[in-house]
Design a protein around this ligand. Structure first.
Ligand code: UDP
Length: 242
């Protein structure tokens, strides 16, 4: 089976850090994720992480409650930095070297995003955590993940979710819904499958970056994904259903 990738980008939603809580960060869940990331680092694969902020603040939601959208999005981006720093702390507790780089400068607590520096850190075996999304309102951290993956020349995006891939119907409602093994970008866009937002999918398509959608709640899955085991759904190939 062998290792498949040299450099990967892991996209963790804010909710992934929330566990079963309704809000915020579950330290136990973050510990688990850090442990799994450490296992990947031990294999020699370079790993960069983009974290979301939906467990704390979502711009769209605040805007629908009347807040100015750009203001709300900036707050959302700050929320992602809290998550990034929490994950950094957890990784450092287990002696994994990390750097947080933020797309909005907060130089007292993190490096500003500098592409060449990020690549250098990765080459040295450090985990680079990207905070503050893309630095621009009206975007999502999924799009930031696609952008950073292209910039650092990651071979794949691992989109960690709570389901084990993409189905042709909602598996909660349709009992015989079938899971795709692979899917094209165009299929995801045309069917509005909501793997990631369409801006993110389009960026991945243009830059030929495959996206592996897999279940983060299964222990060991990050490493399985890195080792090229066939889990989840890979967007970027042809359409093939299991
Ligand atoms: N955000 C933004 N620009 C970006 C990335 C994020 O404005 O490039 C804001 C946006 O308000 C978003 C919030 O940050 O709602 C949290 O990010 P996201 O919703 O993508 O987090 P996730 O769903 O992954 O937890």
């Amino acid at each position: 089976m062998g290792r498949n990738y040299r450099r990967v980008l892991l996209k963790l939603s804010g909710e992934a850090l929330m566990g079963n809580m309704g809000y915020g960060i579950d330290p136990e869940v973050v510990k688990e994720i850090a442990q799994e990331v450490a296992e990947v680092v031990a294999t020699g694969v370079e790993i960069a992480i983009v974290v979301g902020g939906g467990n704390i603040f979502r711009g769209v939601k605040a805007a629908s409650a009347g807040m100015d959208r750009a203001n709300a999005d900036y707050i959302g981006m700050i929320a992602t930095v809290m998550n990034a720093m929490t994950l950094q702390d957890s990784l450092e507790q287990i002696n994994i070297e990390t750097r947080v780089q933020t797309a909005i400068a907060m130089q007292e607590l993190a490096e500003p995003y500098i592409r060449r520096k990020a690549i250098r850190h990765l080459e040295k075996g450090r985990v680079v955590i990207f905070g503050a999304g893309s630095g621009n309102p009206f975007f999502t951290t999924d799009t930031a993940a696609a952008l950073r993956a292209a910039e650092i020349e990651a071979e794949v995006i691992f989109k960690a979710t709570k389901v084990d891939g993409i189905y042709d119907a909602d598996p909660m409602e349709v009992p015989d819904a079938r899971r795709y093994n692979t899917l094209t970008y165009n299929h995801v866009l045309a069917k509005d499958l909501r793997v990631m937002d369409s801006t993110a999918i389009a960026l991945c398509k243009e830059n030929n970056i495959p996206i592996l959608v897999f279940d983060l709640t299964v222990r060991g899955n990050i490493k399985r994904a890195v080792m090229g085991e066939s889990i989840g759904t890979l967007v970027g190939g042809s359409c093939e259903i299991s």
